[in-house]
Design a protein around this ligand. Sequence first.
Ligand code: SAH
Ligand code: TRP
Length: 322
Amino acid sequence: MRPARRVKTLAEDAREGLIEPPRTLPPKYFYDARGSALFDRICDTEDYYPTRTEDALLARYAGEIMCKVQPRHILELGSGTSRKTRHLLSACEGQEGMIYWPFDVCREVLEETGEVLMTDYPWLEINPLLGDYSAGLDHLPCPDGGCLYVFLGGTLGNFEEREAITLLRELAVRMSPLDRLLLGVDRVKSVHVLHAAYDDGEGITAAFNRNVLHVLNRELRGDFQPDAFAHRAVYNEDAARIEMYLVADTQQQVHLDELDATLRFAAGETILTEISRKFTLESVTQLLARAGMAIEGHYAPENEYFSLLIAAPQRNVHVAVI
Ligand code: SAH
Ligand code: TRP
């Protein structure tokens, strides 16, 4: 089946987002092979608390979650290295007929992860899906038997409110009454903790952010000097979101041969490369409700840094016009 929407090419996104300020690019372009490897290193830094917090929640509650939902399929959006998902897979150890569908935009990470998982979970069928979830979800395989959709890492926070609702609605529409969504969202907390998480002391997040410039150089034959851009993470309290920028150190020009375009940066000019929204229980409940889902389970650590939610599709009355 074809995707519901055609997604823009990098050239189109760059033409639209980069030539004139305010400059911005969709975050999916971080994740080439190098970017995915850098992201994996971010997850191990002291400052980036979401991964270990969510991992601890999954380690503790995976058994309970799988028992409750009893899915035959696990379909994960933005699965990356599937590190934390292993708790869910291990909780169904040896269960005949289980199928894991990791869905990601990065081919290399899907291939590498697929191989490791095949070795570690010989009883499990693994069907990686390479694609872009912003193209819609209609073209995903339609698993029979219950499906647990999994969306971890606070990645939903990388979507603007409207885009998040669109994605969750598309999911709600395809969910059968027995299907569930396991959603990991990051919570509003102290600015210092948030700031450090997106500007870690080892500089890996900075390298990850700059990686998008390497991608542009390679894919659009550009001459960005990644070192001439600083990484900046700002917590926008009003919008309850981290904003990640690349900031031109000095006045500079960049040419993108593929677009036949020149970008002129003044010193201090920015590219917004990512937002990461932080939720309260109220705000995520509302978001899910607007998408046609209701929260059925909630797991959080004592410090409430992160939430794992189980959401169910709301039942609607469908009036057929005859
Ligand atoms: N789920 C993992 C990884 C989170 S990082 C974790 O919790 O640690 C976000 C992941 O989503 C990356 O693996 C990235 O390649 C993938 N991704 C980003 N944009 C995407 C898109 N538009 N479609 C599909 N996958 C995407
Ligand atoms: N989904 C992750 C988050 O919002 C993505 C992420 C973590 C990220 N650190 C980053 C994106 C640094 C860009 C730069 O937490």
